[in-house]
Design a protein around this ligand. Structure first.
Ligand code: H2B
Length: 98
């Protein structure tokens, strides 16, 4: 089930697809900094991700300073990482053009 908390082994496997993401030490979240060329690119990325996040009903914790967007993903309801976090992370990589 997509919202079931993943095991350590499942997390490890899923991380292999996401070389630019960092796993928090206690396996409670993954994070990544996206850096764009300007604010417009950064905010456009956030707008596109926001629409996908709404569709998925799964939302990033994030912040934006000028051309950088810092993202942290976890599933609050599960108290850790689920398939939804990895699905959203892969989508974000795609939308950022990576
Ligand atoms: N997003 C994230 N990142 N974690 C959640 O547990 C979560 C969410 N839960 N978006 C969803 C919404 C839940 O609150 C609603 C009611 O489906």
């Amino acid at each position: 089930m997509a919202r079931a908390k993943m095991s350590e082994a499942e997390v490890k496997t899923a991380m292999a697809d996401l070389p630019d993401w960092n796993l928090e030490g206690d396996q409670s979240a993954i994070s990544r900094r996206f850096t764009f060329t300007n604010f417009n690119q950064a905010f456009g990325f956030m707008a596109r991700v926001a629409m996908e996040a709404e569709k998925m009903d799964h939302h990033p914790d994030w912040s934006n300073v000028y051309k950088t967007v810092d993202v942290r993903l976890n599933t609050h309801d599960a108290g850790g990482l689920t398939e939804l976090d990895f699905k959203l992370a892969r989508k974000m990589d795609k939308l950022a053009g990576g």
